[in-house]
Design a protein around this ligand. Structure first.
Ligand code: MN
Length: 308
């Protein structure tokens, strides 16, 4: 994410249900994969602790490797890899090597610092479709040791004519086994038939919906795909109408009560922390090394100008 400016994500108090729609913007990853970036947007930078949402694919490919992200560092966040089609190979500076497939979760807790690479494996299905999400860690948990966990099976919540795989946090009593550091939810919802999708929500959370494919509406309002639909707080539930096969991502959580700064792959609180982490990466300190056929990604130039 070569953005030179530091992006400030202040706590935003929302105290009511709303429906605000923010189209994703197009971005290009190292390795040239095109993504739709739905978070952060200038007018909506976080949803609970969620601070980043990239959606890529669906694409079909031949002998090339569409996912080819060489070693790069992270601090202050968790990365969530969630695939809808295809395979991605994760390798990190703790020595983990993990292939991920649809329906599984790769959760990397960067905390004080980790580096990883993400690649299309040599043996693959020729398809790729997924989302990459980041979760900001609360101040009390952002300086700890990094870790990586793979979850092959996740719990499913029934939602009328749909089902939701809860990959992080909790939805109406269905809880992911993965470690979350804030009260939150991330879920993948699929409509199994035409009709209503009943979502029971926590009024203390703010929520957003991102339609990956299909036709989904909230009341009379169609929810366009490739758009972040922010629902605000104070809702006990929503009923969506969806066509069979429609798929959407639900993100939510208690409004994040801390002002964070985002720059490149880092989530911090002060510009000096970002400069220090950047220097450590450039000098080969702190983050360790990653085994990868892809080239290490150098940090972009840092401007300490804070974009508010
Ligand atoms: Mn990464």
């Amino acid at each position: 994410m070569p953005s030179a400016d530091v992006l400030e994500c202040p706590p935003v108090q929302t105290s009511a249900p709303v429906l605000e729609s923010y189209p994703a913007r197009q971005a290009t990853l190292p390795g040239e994969l095109t993504v739709r970036r739905a978070l952060p947007r200038s007018a909506r930078r976080m949803v609970g602790p969620w601070c980043f949402l990239d959606h890529y694919g669906p694409i079909a490919f031949g002998t090339e490797k569409p996912m080819a992200i060489g070693p790069h560092p992270h601090i202050g966040l968790q990365t969530v890899t969630w695939l809808l089609e295809g395979e991605v190979l994760h390798r990190d500076s703790l020595g983990n090597e993990q292939l991920i497939r649809p329906g599984q979760l790769n959760l990397m807790t960067a905390a004080s610092g980790i580096a990883h690479a993400e690649e299309t494996p040599t043996r693959n299905s020729g398809r790729l479709h997924g989302v990459q999400l980041w979760v900001a860690l609360p101040d009390a948990h952002r300086r700890g040791a990094p870790s990586f966990h793979h979850y092959a099976e996740l719990p499913v919540a029934a939602l009328g004519g749909a089902q939701a795989v809860v990959f992080l946090g909790e939805l109406d009593g269905t809880r992911s086994p993965a470690t979350a550091y804030s009260r939150m939810v991330g879920a993948d919802i699929v409509a199994r038939n035409d009709g209503d999708v009943d979502l029971r929500l926590d009024p203390a959370f703010e929520y957003a919906l991102y339609v990956i494919e299909g036709n989904v509406a909230l009341g009379a309002r169609p929810l366009d795909p490739s758009t972040l639909h922010y629902l605000g707080t104070g809702r006990h539930g929503v009923t969506l109408t969806a066509r069979t096969g429609s798929r959407l991502t639900l993100l939510g959580g208690e409004p994040f009560g801390e002002r964070i700064l985002m720059w490149w792959n880092f989530v911090a609180r002060a510009p000096g922390e970002i400069a220090e982490a950047r220097n450590d990466w450039e000098r080969g300190n702190r983050f360790g090394s990653v085994v990868s056929a892809e080239e290490r990604i150098p940090a972009p130039p840092l401007s300490l100008h804070v974009q508010r």
